[in-house]
Design a protein around this ligand. Structure first.
Ligand code: NZQ
Ligand code: ZN
Length: 384
């Protein structure tokens, strides 16, 4: 196990009816910017619950934060923050609204030029406006991490930044918000959380049985509970287990002290940037390709995943690796997410474009920083 430092100050307020606690977790006298997306919160009762909870505060609202939040939209919110002297940001939505709010929080206090540099040059975030969150879609883990992914529409770039400064002060997780989620978004959440675990687990052994078994338990819970949510959309217990699994999948705990990959995400982000494919769908496409092309490097952990999560015990190593990949693909497809590029009308032309972008960026990705344009081509061609 590697050395690590772990600190996660986010206060989680979990359970049915807990949205009423938003107000008591915001400092008295704060001037709040309530951020939201396309309006789902007005239809599922979340907005009314939030507004009731913050009725004693001075509140400005900013809506229209897109799925895969856009820099151009978020910069309009930054203007509102400055004009209205906002002192607290309250994100009410899924990962896109929260990631967008994290960027707004940092950009509003950024004094080193164009805030896009926070993403394009990883310019340090020295300060940020405090954030509270009401999560309406379990998937990203954004509710309990310092990560944020933002898209610049003008250049079709989807980039991320991480800073402890933008970790929410508190996040309210009420599983009942899942009842209104479209099935596709439930499936997206299951797969996104599953792949978050994989990015921190399916690398190479470093003698980390606690992290491994915790990771495997999250995977098995997603495999067991995810389909229950889809089968009965008002199953509170399954919704609660799914929501908490997604949070635990990316709050830093299972990733502490172990190698991390993230190549699936780095390549997947390009498929979203160029084709607008949902984030989780891009992961379902790319991951099987990475498992196949990097099977030698990842052999020990793929065999362990197969044995402990999918029950793959028989056959040669290669046969067991193939079966583990098949099981993983089968799980994604069982929740309705396709795993091949043609399923999304993506052709080899995009493969060329993505490989060129990585070539121009000049860096390689993956746990051993050995996935460059050539490997990316093999990985994506495996998915044609
Ligand atoms: O915008 P509204 O009207 O709210 O509708 C949203 C949106 O259309 C809808 N929705 C959300 N909650 C709902 C609901 N509809 C009905 N009932 C509810 N309770 O669902 C749609 C998708 O929402 P979005 O926030 O885009 O989905 P998700 O939470 O999966 O977030 C995806 C974004 O998170 C980033 C992705 O790149 C993508 O931009 N990620 C963030 C990470 C992080 N911060 O750590 C890590 C992840 O790997 C990921 O990259
Ligand atoms: Zn993700």
């Amino acid at each position: 196990m590697y050395n690590f430092e772990y600190q996660n100050p986010v206060k989680i307020i979990f359970g049915k009816g807990e949205i009423k606690k938003v107000g008591i977790n915001i400092p008295t006298g704060a001037k709040i910017l309530l951020t939201y997306g396309g309006g789902s919160i007005f239809k599922n009762g979340v907005y009314d619950q939030v507004k009731a909870s913050i009725k004693d505060f001075d509140v400005v609202e900013f809506g229209g934060i897109e799925p895969n939040p856009r820099y151009e939209t978020l910069m309009k919110a930054v203007e509102v923050v400055k004009k209205e002297n906002i002192t607290y940001l309250l994100s009410v939505g899924g990962g896109s609204v929260l990631d967008g709010t994290k960027f707004i929080a940092a950009a509003a206090l950024f004094t080193n030029g164009d805030p896009w540099k926070i993403l394009s040059r990883q310019a340090p975030v020295l300060d940020a406006i405090p954030i509270g969150a009401v999560l309406t879609l379990p998937a990203t883990g954004s509710e309990m991490n310092g990560g944020s992914v933002v898209t610049k529409a003008e250049t079709k770039e989807k980039l991320s930044f991480i800073s402890p400064k933008v970790m929410p002060r508190f996040s309210v997780l009420d599983p009942e918000v899942i009842f209104s989620l479209p099935e596709k978004q439930v499936a997206n959440g299951i797969v996104d959380a599953f792949v978050h675990v994989i990015e921190q687990y399916l690398t190479f052994p470093v003698n980390s049985p606690i992290q491994d078994r915790f990771a495997e338990s999250i995977l098995k819970t997603l495999i067991e509970e995810g389909p229950k949510v889809l089968a009965n959309r008002n199953n509170y217990d399954a919704a609660a287990n799914f929501m908490w699994s997604a949070t635990m999948a990316l709050n830093g705990l299972i990733g502490a002290g172990v190698p991390q990959d993230w190549a699936t995400h780095m390549i997947g982000h390009e498929l979203t940037a160029y084709h607008g494919i949902d984030h989780a769908q891009t992961l379902a496409i790319v991951l099987p390709g990475i498992m196949h092309i990097k099977r030698d490097q990842k052999k020990d952990k793929i065999l362990q995943l197969g044995e402990r999560v999918w029950g793959v015990l028989d056959g040669t190593d290669d046969e067991r690796i193939d079966e583990t990949i098949r099981k993983t693909v089968g799980f994604f497809e069982s929740v309705g997410i396709q795993t091949k590029l043609p399923d999304y009308s993506v052709t080899s032309e995009t493969i060329d474009t993505i490989c060129t972008r990585f070539k121009n960026r000049g860096y390689k990705v993956g746990e051993k920083a050995n996935i460059g344009p050539d490997e990316i081509r093999l990985i994506l061609e495996d998915r044609l």
